[in-house]
Design a protein around this ligand. Sequence first.
Ligand code: GAP
Length: 517
Amino acid sequence: MATATAPAKSMPQIVALCKRRGFVFPASEIYGGINGFWDFGPLGTQLKNNLRDAWWRDMVHSPPSGPDGQPLEIVGLDSSIIQNPRVWEASGHVSGFSDPMADCRACKARFRADDLIGVELIFPDVPEPNKRNFLICGVGTPEEVLETNTKKIQKLQGANGPYERLSSHHVFSELNEEGRAEFSCPNCGEKGHLTEPREFKLMFETYVGAVRDEESKTYLRPETAQGIFLNYKNVLDTMRVKLPFGIAQIGKAFRNEVTPRNFIYRSREFEQMEMEWFCRPADAPKWFAFWQERRLTWWRSMGLGAENLRVRPHGADELSHYARGGSGTVDIEYRFPFTDPDFAELEGIAHRTDFDLKAHQTQAGIKLEYFDQEHNARYLPHVVEPAAGLTRGVLAVLCEAYTPDPARPSKVYMRFHPKLAPIQAAVFPLVAKDGMPEVAGKLYRELRGRFTCRLDIKQSIGKRYARMDEAGTPYCFTVDGQTLSDQSVTVRHRDTAAQERIGIDHVTDFLAQRIKG
Ligand code: GAP
């Protein structure tokens, strides 16, 4: 089965499996797709719902205990995607939520300015005075840039011999004008046609009502968080909560990303799982540290490998407008196959201070202060926000689960944590005769009320196991000739492909013990 040194995970192969097995499809595929939008198929939807439900359970139904051992209080919310446009003026999104973008004047291609990378190469065998540095240009990590320019590099090697790699640069932040002039467009290859970066607004605009004018213009929410701030007072007035407490929300967010890429990693429509933790300002640093540790532990409990996760503090130049002046922001990062050996953001944890409540208090002219009976004081609470991507979380779970195994007929299996697996159990009759389908059907009907379960009758048993390996089903139960005489079935374990026999009466308990909610 899986070899000691695991083969590298290939993103194109993961994307192909997602399509083949019904996890993720390109949106509007029969019309040629639409860049930055994806549809979740039957297995992907169930996987996403399982991850979403696990988050909700661990945040709202059964929040963790705080540093003092007392259970925390977190309540749920489901706010509107479209809100009054003044919300987005107050939140700073209308004026500040944009990405710098650069265009190629030659081919009109558009790039996120901070994605554009130049990697410098030098050819040591070239004698002076002809020796010079070459700039290899592209989008992505330096490794991706070199990979997409293989042909060009081979040509240079043919003429100049082996090369040495020097530093890589972000085009706009690190290269001077001379360096930038050397930059050839990653799309058309023309040199020196890149415009200076301009701010590109990320919020999708829409109009409410019959008239399309400035008055009726509003936005699709770019984060779920603002709905929480808008309802903070409603929750205070109705739920008898006291500081510190949290409000959690899961839902869609929309960003007109300049360059959606890496499958569902950066899309234009995605889901977030956000929790705003309201606390006394003086306690915010303590909670900021607490939530970092909790969220990292949670992602591990979803099956993500500790070696593929890390916490990275933001530099001062990276802080979002709402987090300046707080104790900081960190990203929980995952090592995706397309960033490996580097990592990329999975969740952000920010100390948002009282930025949002203060902004809405001013804009709406409504007092949002909290009366702290214990300290006999009125103030705006501070907020610590763990903001996770559900869509991005599904991608991390898919990448982690993808396990190449040349020894299997399927050559790959999806090693999901059993509680996340979209199909938790499959039931097969060994052959479709001799009363086996009837017994298998009865077992299936017993299981399906408690577990996500499939009954598969047709094709060879090997093909059925292979299909379940690609779906990531942790346990397959097969009814065979022996079942009819001794009431036992085989259980096949996905990760080892090992089989054992258990009594058919014990299947429910067997699953319940292994698939904990
Ligand atoms: N309320 C704070 C906030 O929205 P963010 O870091 O912009 O912070 C939080 O977003 C999370 O949402 C990110 O860590 C990421 O997982 C997810 N996310 C953001 N933009 C995304 C996109 N274009 N596609 C998929 N997920 C995205």
